[in-house]
Design a protein around this ligand. Sequence first.
Ligand code: FE2
Length: 221
Amino acid sequence: MWHANNAGEYDNDGYHLRGKVTTNAQGFYSIETIKPGKYLNGAQYRPSHIHFKITPPNFPTVTTQLYFAGDTSIEQDAAASITTGPYDATHRIIELTDDGTGVLEGTWDIAVSGEGIVGSSDIHLDKGIIYAANPNPFTKELAINFGVFQASEVSLLVFDMQGREVATLERQHRTPEKYNATWIPDAKLPNGYYFIALKINAIQVHYLKVKFERQASPYGQ
Ligand SMILES: [Fe+2]
């Protein structure tokens, strides 16, 4: 991925603000960077964007761009304003939310078809879904609501940012129904981000990112 700096400029000498990541075994990825500035393209400013080249195993590379909701330059932009067909940008415009400290966070789920088309990753949500994980962030206990839509082997797992499975909340045969689960992290688990993942048979159909912020004990550990 690569993007412009605050002033809307690309660094073509030192190649700052360019990077390459490999997802972990679950397909999770995470990047931390600045929000790119805008630059003029003819008479119009291009919306703030991040360029991506994505290469799924055994498929060709797709080159595409990510935009941010609320950007006033999207409507006039030749690429970002497309809402139908193979270049539909709808699923490539993501919401950013302030985490309370001025840091903007957003999620872009990437699903690439064999034709190299980037779209929504909701393709398995007919099998099962995680409705909610609350509260988020949480300090002690996380309540998870999920639905199973077909009789199947269901796993509800927790992964850390490195893709290590740190907890198994559920692993059993389930009939179509709504279910609840609770995650109380092990005392040795560090604070930070984790992924709650729902697997239906062999397919990971959905995940939610949660933040664990253990309160320091007033009596020490
Ligand atoms: Fe660009």
